[in-house]
Design a protein around this ligand. Structure first.
Ligand SMILES: *[C@@H]1O[C@H](CO)[C@@H](O)[C@H](O)[C@H]1NC(C)=O
Ligand SMILES: *[C@@H]1O[C@H](CO)[C@@H](O)[C@H](O)[C@H]1NC(C)=O
Ligand SMILES: *[C@@H]1O[C@H](CO)[C@@H](O)[C@H](O)[C@H]1NC(C)=O
Ligand SMILES: *[C@@H]1O[C@H](CO)[C@@H](O)[C@H](O)[C@H]1NC(C)=O
Ligand SMILES: *[C@@H]1O[C@H](CO)[C@@H](O)[C@H](O)[C@H]1NC(C)=O
Ligand SMILES: *[C@@H]1O[C@H](CO)[C@@H](O)[C@H](O)[C@H]1NC(C)=O
Ligand SMILES: *[C@@H]1O[C@H](CO)[C@@H](O)[C@H](O)[C@H]1NC(C)=O
Ligand SMILES: *[C@@H]1O[C@H](CO)[C@@H](O)[C@H](O)[C@H]1NC(C)=O
Ligand SMILES: *[C@@H]1O[C@H](CO)[C@@H](O)[C@H](O)[C@H]1NC(C)=O
Ligand SMILES: *[C@@H]1O[C@H](CO)[C@@H](O)[C@H](O)[C@H]1NC(C)=O
Ligand SMILES: *[C@@H]1O[C@H](CO)[C@@H](O)[C@H](O)[C@H]1NC(C)=O
Ligand SMILES: *[C@@H]1O[C@H](CO)[C@@H](O)[C@H](O)[C@H]1NC(C)=O
Length: 720
């Protein structure tokens, strides 16, 4: 515990307002706000970790969209996993209760009213841990719903609590991949299930029970799976508001899943009377026009007559540009008909991601990354490919949004200085602010937009590149602060104006640094050319950009002390840190921090998503080995000399811990001051608050010692 207090004590000694790792990690975390169909109230959840109690608590809240008043939503959050508003009702809700009294490991569905939730009634008992509820209120009054769960190969939903215990722990594979993200693959795959709650029998689950909608879809290489793992959720499927048609996203069934990103959207009747068909799969209009890559965000229009979605062109390039499409859909007998397929604003040099229709079904709101924040744009169905949408939001990052009945937008946002804002906007005039965590949470006291700045510098390819600056809360203009230079992962990613509980720039700055976080070659949100330029160039253009940005800081930002700076990065940012250690820029820093980064590019094939390795190295390791050798940090050991803190977690299957261990063993062997931190129970990220506090404490002790910001570097206690 003394080591935790050390970091806090250093801050207290300066007498400054500042956010500590402990405050950041124990501040409330609020979900997006989900409005009711009438657009009068919204619910959200808030969870909070207590270091004193060593436990998390959570609660649901109601937000009045007129006054911004927030009241307690009396649904017990340890009992209720998910809530949906019932379309067509004022304040009707349907929710998933985590308990099923009849079937251990199952869940139950309840219907009630948000204004009187204690009167809710149990309507259906589901025999597996279903999640991802979507619901349509049909003209007959029946509710049609979709949920997802792991399923056995025979299609039956998988309930871990009822599954037999295997007699051995062997895992046998005959195709790639054996494991993905932080999970070893088993024979079970995720599937979407449909059910009907009959209005004339108090919304009991109708006799046909739960139907696995993926059943009957044939495959040659990859078994259909929805949601697409590991990050897919209920956004991977949808039900038309009239309850008649379903859409689901699944990876290409004729391509190996580890080799290709391609995925398609299947359309089928809700009643299961025919097997869903991929309308943009092989041998379709869309596919034949060259749009063959990963699809996403299938979303029916409010009038049920159309579907919008996004798709990339390339079949194994995960950072290819997503484009927006729409088509007409209908039901003829048991077959879903499609027509009028078209691209919308197809030349727009951004990646539309989440999709929400305007109430009149005539235009689509999307969010897209744009200059280091996520922003909302509107795209009418009538536009041509050359249409350039205008941003409807500005400074902060949109985390989620919904369209209200009057076409205004309820936005859940975040920024470097606020973990959550809720506001309503039309894109015209000032937004109506409903809530800002900055004004409410004591942990965020002293933060504010005045500590945030952005600048552009000339990069290696002569283009203007973006970087952001975060100053410490105690900043005074006539002092200097050591540079904390933070490189993002991806490499197709960005440093953005948003809130993070993993790389929170303000928390780093408040140790006594000025954070500069550049967006070099490969960064997203600035156009596809910058993204594409990183292929085959991991150690060239971005490294040169990062050097040029450092030069810019050194020459132009007098309040930044570049003599005593530190540099840190995770994933690709860890690769870049290791590359910097072997090159001249490494000598400009007092300390380096690599979190789960590549140290040996010849080991890239230990990863799981092989399409990424192949694309970014412009070939396989057996066909293009020289591309892998070109930018290998391990080839520059002779130059390693800057004190280096290495983190690598055991559950990281994207980039196995052997890379971090190799780096640490080498640093120790050649006598470079170094430490190695491992979490056996964390993946590519550190999510547990106690683990995260330890991560921050040890990293900050290290950089603060070498930069001179902090006190002595204590020996590692034997009990750690
Ligand atoms: C909002 O809350 C304030 C203070 O609690 C109260 O005075 C006001 O009546 C509330 N407004 C609405 C619309 O509930
Ligand atoms: C919420 O539910 C949990 C689990 O059923 C129970 O232990 C707890 O007492 C409940 N809390 C409230 C406030 O009812
Ligand atoms: C379904 O929508 C109708 C209006 O179209 C509404 O009267 C009804 O209450 C809704 N069903 C439920 C269960 O809320
Ligand atoms: C959840 O289900 C359990 C078991 O049926 C029940 O005791 C509890 O009241 C339910 N909670 C809610 C909020 O529906
Ligand atoms: C599917 O397989 C599981 C596991 O073997 C089994 O428990 C279940 O009964 C099977 N379902 C059907 C419909 O055969
Ligand atoms: C509900 O109504 C449908 C017709 O709309 C009928 O087929 C079904 O049997 C009814 N169910 C019950 C439980 O009454
Ligand atoms: C799947 O394959 C079987 C056997 O070849 C065939 O009978 C069936 O029609 C196919 N289903 C679809 C949806 O293509
Ligand atoms: C995966 O892709 C590589 C080319 O990148 C190819 O050589 C290999 O045969 C593919 N494997 C499968 C199972 O498709
Ligand atoms: C596309 O159509 C061609 C010709 O009909 C057929 O040979 C091929 O197998 C089809 N491709 C897929 C993936 O279904
Ligand atoms: C759109 O973005 C620009 C900066 O690129 C900003 O100045 C403007 O305020 C934004 N528009 C809205 C409506 O927020
Ligand atoms: C630095 O600026 C602060 C006010 O921001 C002032 O109080 C202080 O005297 C200044 N120090 C020097 C050395 O100029
Ligand atoms: C390698 O790069 C060239 C030029 O950009 C491109 O045409 C080719 O498709 C790439 N090969 C792979 C395997 O990505």
């Amino acid at each position: 515990m003394a080591r935790y207090l050390g970091v806090a004590a250093a801050l207290v000694a300066t007498g400054a307002l500042a956010i500590t790792p402990e405050q950041m990690l124990s501040a409330p975390r609020r979900s997006e706000a989900v409005p009711n169909p009438a657009g009068t109230i919204a619910f959200f959840s808030v969870s909070q970790y207590s270091f004193d109690e060593q436990s998390s608590s959570s609660a649901y809240k109601l937000l009045d969209l007129e006054s911004g008043n927030i009241t307690h939503f009396a649904l017990n959050s340890s009992e209720v996993n998910e809530i949906m508003w019932i379309p067509g009702s004022e304040t009707g809700i349907i929710y998933i209760n985590a308990t099923n009294e009849e079937t251990p490991g199952g869940v139950s569905l309840w219907i009630g009213d948000a204004l009187n939730p204690s009167e809710s009634t149990l309507v259906a008992s589901l025999d597996a841990p279903f999640s991802g509820l979507k619901v349509a209120n049909t003209s007959s009054g029946d509710l049609h719903f979709l949920v997802n769960s792991l399923a056995y190969p025979n299609g039956t939903a998988y309930n871990a609590e009822l599954a037999p215990t295997p007699r051995n722990t062997g895992r046998l594979y005959s195709d790639i991949y054996p494991r993905h993200w932080d999970t070893w693959l088993t024979k079970e795959r995720y599937a979407v299930f449909a059910g009907t709650l009959s209005a004339n029998s108090s919304f009991a689950l109708s006799g046909s029970g739960m139907r696995n909608l993926l059943r009957g879809i044939n495959f040659t290489a990859t078994q259909p799976e929805t949601p697409v793992q590991p990050f897919g959720g209920s956004g991977d499927y949808d039900i038309s508001p009239d309850g008649k048609i379903i859409a689901l996203l699944s990876k290409a069934t004729h391509l190996n899943k580890a080799n290709f990103t391609a995925s398609y959207i299947y359309l089928g009747p809700f009643d299961g009377s025919s097997v869903p068909v991929a309308f943009n799969g092989p041998n379709t209009t869309a596919n034949n026009a060259g749009h063959e890559g990963a699809s996403g965000a299938p979303t029916f229009s409010p009038d049920s007559s159309k579907l919008a979605y996004i798709q990339q062109d390339g079949i194994y390039y995960e950072s290819d540009r997503f484009k927006l499409y729409a088509l007409d859909v209908g039901l003829k007998g048991s077959e879903v008909t499609t027509s009028n397929w078209k691209g919308l604003a197809s030349n727009w040099d951004r990646w539309p991601d989440s999709i929400h229709w305007a109430p009149d079904s005539k235009s689509i709101f999307v969010s897209a990354e744009d200059y280091a924040r996520e922003r909302i744009f509107n795209i009418p169905l009538t536009v041509s490919d050359s249409f350039t949408p205008q941003n409807l939001t500005g400074v902060t990052t949109v985390s989620a949004f919904y369209v209200l009945p009057d076409s205004s937008l309820l936005v859940s946002a975040a920024a470097v200085w606020t973990s959550r804002d809720f506001y309503i906007t039309t894109g015209d005039g000032a937004p109506k602010m409903l809530f800002s965590a900055l004004k409410v949470d004591p942990e965020l006291a002293g933060l504010g937009p005045e500590l945030f700045e952005e600048f552009f510098f000339t990069g290696s390819q002569d283009v203007q590149l973006h970087a952001l600056i975060v100053k410490p809360s105690s900043f005074v203009a006539n002092k200097t602060y050591p540079l904390a230079y933070i490189i993002h992962g991806g490499p197709q990613g960005s440093n953005a104006n948003s809130w993070s509980t993993r790389w929170n720039f303000q928390v780093w700055a408040d140790q006594g640094y000025v954070v500069v976080a550049p967006n070099p070659t490969g960064s997203t949100g600035f156009g596809q050319e910058l993204i594409d330029a990183i292929q085959g160039n991991w150690g060239s253009y971005p490294y040169e950009d990062i050097v040029l940005c450092w030069d810019y800081i050194h020459s132009n930002l007098s309040y930044i002390d570049t003599e005593n700076g530190i540099e840190a990065g995770a994933s690709y940012g860890g690769f870049m840190t290791n590359w910097i250690q072997g090159h001249d820029l490494g000598r400009k820093f007092k300390a380096l921090v690599t979190h789960d980064g590549v140290s040996n590019t010849l080991a890239d094939y230990a990863s799981e998503e092989l399409w990424f390795i192949r694309h970014d190295n412009n070939g396989t390791i057996w066909d293009a080995r020289e591309n892998y050798e070109k930018f290998n940090p391990l080839d520059h050991i002779a130059n390693y000399s800057t004190p280096h803190f290495v983190v690598h977690n055991s559950m990281d299957f994207r980039l196995p811990e052997s890379d971090g261990l190799a780096l640490f063993n080498i640093l120790q062997g050649i006598g470079v001051p170094s430490r190695f931190l491992n979490f056996p129970d964390e993946n590519h990220w550190v999510l547990d608050p106690e683990n995260s506090l330890f991560w921050h404490t040890e990293i900050f002790n290290w950089i603060n010692y070498w930069s001179g910001v902090g006190g002595p570097l204590d020996d590692i206690p034997v009990d750690k």
